[in-house]
Write a protein that binds this ligand. Structure first.
Ligand code: PMV
Length: 329
């Protein structure tokens, strides 16, 4: 038996994945585009023991909760079935971010676990294959396989073979772009993105409007990335994020991920724009805004946002790498 160790970074969606057409295979209702960020990562180690029964998971050095372990074990069963192997998995993950707080830790965790599993068994899985498999753990993990700008293709097939992520631009392709991750005061999120999007699909009267608008958002974001056009990228990403959260507000019961500080950050970013600064905000299924800015203005923007009451931290990040093998956890 061999230990496989891999690291993956979180990604932030610019056009969000929101709603599944097949919850068991995490097949999305719509395509999405994200950028993988360089600061926050998860490192995973995996050992597969042929004579071991059952799987175990350690998260930041302590045994995972029963819920986390069960989710990981179901995921390992899928990887085992694809690889045609049996045996128990012992997996350890370490993360440099708060887990399940809306900072997309699962996108990095499942991407890292997929690659670590492949390394431990020396499986020659291609990037599309790694992406399809990571998708089974968490939809957004399909995108953290790649660095830089990434599109997750919706696909049309029922078996999900055509639903995986492809790179749109490497981490170095737009080096003047920065992302300020703003952490606001909050506990673990009340409703997971998995449950939240399901509720929206089933109950929100705005969901059809969301779906109808995605194709244009994807086209405009692809074009903005290609042309390195921050105002186009930022305006579409901001409007796409607000639209996603609007579908939640209209769900039954309503889904509101924001805190007061989230709203203050949105207002401040919009005011900065009025003053002529190129700053745009996006927010995943949680309360923490991420602000797109030019690199040379990132420190100024981060400093201004850090003074807003309820903001507990700001981190300046840039486009980061895809999943990679590493030598230690
Ligand atoms: O991958 P999940 O199941 O955690 O869902 C992620 C959903 C959003 O973060 C809200 C959007 C996205 O595209 O990442």
């Amino acid at each position: 038996m061999e230990e496989g160790i891999a690291r993956a970074h979180i990604n932030i969606a610019l056009v969000k994945y929101w709603g599944k057409r097949d919850p068991s295979l995490n097949l999305p209702m719509n395509g999405s585009i994200s950028v993988t960020l360089d600061h926050y990562s998860v490192t995973a180690s995996v050992v597969v023991e042929s004579c071991q029964q059952g799987d175990s998971l350690f998260v930041n050095g302590v045994p995972g909760s029963s819920q986390e372990t069960q989710r990981a074990s179901e995921f390992f069963s899928r990887l085992r079935a694809t690889a045609g192997v049996s045996g128990g998995v012992t997996a350890c993950t370490t993360a440099n971010m708060p887990m399940a707080a809306g900072l997309a830790s699962s996108s990095a965790a499942f991407a890292a676990l997929t690659k670590a599993f492949a390394l431990s068994l020396r499986l020659p899985w291609s990037l599309p294959e790694l992406s399809r498999l990571a998708r089974l753990g968490s939809g957004s993990a399909s995108r953290s396989i790649h660095g830089g700008f990434v599109e997750w293709l919706r696909g049309n097939r029922d078996d999900g073979q055509d639903s995986y992520a492809v790179p749109l631009g490497t981490m170095d392709s737009w080096s003047s772009l920065a992302f300020v991750v703003v952490q606001v005061e909050s506990g673990p999120k009340a409703v997971s993105s998995r449950d939240g999007m399901q509720r929206v699909v089933e109950t929100s009267p705005l969901y059809q409007g969301w779906l109808a608008s995605i194709s244009e958002d994807l086209t405009r974001v692809r074009q903005a990335i290609h042309q390195r056009n921050l105002s186009q990228l930022g305006l579409v990403a901001e409007s796409n994020a607000l639209k996603m959260h609007a579908t939640g507000l209209a769900a039954v019961p309503p889904l509101l991920y924001w805190t007061g500080a989230t709203v203050s950050v949105i207002r401040r970013v919009q005011a900065l724009r009025e003053e002529g600064l190129k700053a745009y905000v996006t927010i995943d299924a949680g309360p923490h805004p991420v602000v797109l800015v030019e690199s040379h203005q990132a420190a100024t923007v981060a400093d201004l946002l850090s003074q807003i009451p309820g903001v507990t931290g700001v981190v300046i990040t840039r486009p980061g790498p895809g999943v990679e093998a590493v030598s230690s956890i």
